[in-house]
Design a protein around this ligand. Structure first.
Ligand code: COA
Length: 482
């Protein structure tokens, strides 16, 4: 304020008094006090961390997903606090409910582990009454997420134009196998995406078949990509007020995760990839990036080595990286201190053609220790290694239980089971894993409380058969038994 007065005063004194003219009105420099919260943000919360709601509180998702890619995405959004309403076909629901069933008549782990924290409504989208409910959902929700085969949503009558007319704020997010192009009409599953996205051609050993990986990079990986697209579109909507389409093609998602291989494809034009094991073995390179076995994508030589017990335990192995900065420590650890100064071993370029011999020597040492002993001894020296952990070991790992990455969940018909919790930890939006819904468990609740249909309308919808039969469960959203 004082500054403002001073500026005004300065303006007056500059006016030429001698000509007795009216002082020139200069634009007053407006000094805007800097808002402590900036950018229109609300006041900084004073509530304890994790006690001020969830990141996506208030966001409603019409979850029209099935199988794995779409459900992975909507599960993440639910874990961040969105209200996820899963629309399923009456009678059967998401096909995964009945796939790979370990307990007859009970929702499979495939389903329960991908559909936590959601509500389920059964609706026949091809019936008149079903479409009436769907349209109300479109008007009520912020985001529609779907991963049907190309064209299926349009065939239902839910074209982008129709959705946008019903609710111009709605974000419509889709997973498809391929983006626009020659394959856009294809149905795609995980391994198809791994093959079409460049992962299979670069996975495996150079003299073996292309391999798919156990990590579901096509399905779950694309679901993750889609979730980021949705959150970004929600953020943009705050400024524009309108929704938009979000598309993630599985081929694109996999290729994005294989980015380092496209890097190598271009490096290949300038000579062999000398960090690949086949370079040291004198095997020539072809026109395309070869399968690199267990070589690391980052260029540091690394392999999987046997540890104590490997003869009987299929996972008694460790990934060992001969990272340049710790080379001298590795030499001391394995009892080969002479390699620290020997011209054939001291520097990374000299080691490249000798990697096979070097790793055989390191393996002589790792074979005398368990993978955990190797891990402990190497980590103490900052030597990067990775024990090959089995699913059994991961399921039993106390630290993963402690962080909620592995959670025990209770289910009314299955009982207790283990699941992977939210791998993304927000310090102010704490995830509580809730069990997956039974088929149509929340149909009544959604029709009444979310969509506000009158009892008469609900009776009409139900009588038409559009919702099928909904199961009754006490305490509709039972908590995870962590
Ligand atoms: N009520 C009535 N009909 C319903 C319905 C409901 N609630 N929900 C779905 N349907 C219908 C669809 O309208 C579609 O009918 P249409 O073919 O007559 O138009 C039909 O069910 C089947 O849907 P579709 O997506 O084709 O299922 P699918 O089992 O044949 O194919 C995929 C499965 C995964 C291959 C396919 O959905 C796909 O390619 N999705 C995109 C890529 C993807 O996500 N793949 C990975 C899955 S993990």
């Amino acid at each position: 304020m004082a500054k403002k007065k001073a500026l005004k005063a300065k303006g007056k004194t500059k006016a030429p008094k001698s000509k007795a003219r009216k002082p020139v009105t200069r634009p007053v420099l407006k000094v805007v006090a800097k808002k402590p919260n900036g950018g229109g943000l609300p006041k900084v919360s004073s509530k304890p961390w994790g006690k001020d709601g969830k990141a996506l509180d208030g966001v409603k998702i019409l979850d029209f997903t099935h199988v794995q890619s779409g459900p992975t995405c909507t599960q993440l959004l639910a874990w961040f606090g969105a209200d996820v309403i899963k629309v399923e076909r009456p009678g059967s629901g998401d096909i995964t409910r009945g796939q790979l069933q370990d307990v007859p008549g009970v929702d499979s782990l495939y389903f329960t582990m991908l559909n936590h924290n959601k509500r389920s409504i059964t609706l026949d989208s091809k019936s008149k009454q079903g479409m009436k409910v769907l349209e109300r959902l479109v008007k009520t929700c912020d985001v529609l997420v779907e991963n049907f085969a190309p064209g299926a949503l349009d065939r239902m009558g839910l074209t982008w134009e129709h959705i946008h007319a019903l609710n111009p704020r709605m974000i419509v997010a889709s997973v498809k196998g391929f983006g626009p192009g020659p394959y856009e009409d294809c149905k795609v599953y995980e391994n198809v995406a791994q093959c079409a996205g460049g992962s299979a051609s670069t996975t495996g050993f150079h003299d073996g078949l292309p391999l798919v990986t156990g990590a579901q990079i096509g399905d779950s990986g694309t679901g993750l990509h889609l979730a980021l697209g949705i959150v970004s579109a929600l953020y943009q909507r705050k400024r524009t007020g309108r929704g938009q389409r979000v598309l993630t093609a599985m081929q694109d998602g996999v290729l994005n995760l294989c980015r380092v291989k496209l890097r190598d494809q271009q490096r290949l034009a300038h000579g062999p990839l000398n960090e690949y094991t086949q370079f040291g073995q004198g095997i020539p390179f072809g026109e395309a990036v070869p399968r690199a076995g267990n070589d690391s994508g980052g260029g540091q030589p690394g392999v999987i080595l046997k540890c104590k017990g490997w003869e009987t335990d299929p996972n008694a192995y460790i990934y060992f990286i001969t990272q340049a900065p710790v080379w001298e420590k590795i030499c001391d650890l394995i009892g080969q201190p002479d390699w620290k100064t020997h011209p054939d071993y001291a520097k990374p370029p000299a080691r490249l053609p000798r990697l096979k011999e070097i790793f055989e020597r390191i393996e002589q040492w790792t074979k005398t220790k368990t993978k955990f002993e190797v891990m402990n001894e190497c980590n103490a020296l900052d030597i990067p290694v990775g024990p090959i952990l089995s699913m059994k070991e991961l399921a039993e790992e106390p630290s993963l239980r402690h962080t909620g990455t592995v959670v025990e969940v209770d289910h009314p018909t299955r009982g207790k089971y283990l699941s992977v919790g939210n791998p993304i930890k927000l310090s102010d939006s704490i995830t509580e894993v809730e069990r997956s819904p039974l088929l149509g468990e929340h149909t009544d609740e959604i029709l009444t409380k979310v969509l506000k249909f009158t009892p008469r309308e609900i009776a009409e919808i139900k009588a038409s058969g559009a919702t099928g039969h909904a199961p009754q469960v006490s305490g509709s959203r039972a908590q995870a038994a962590e």
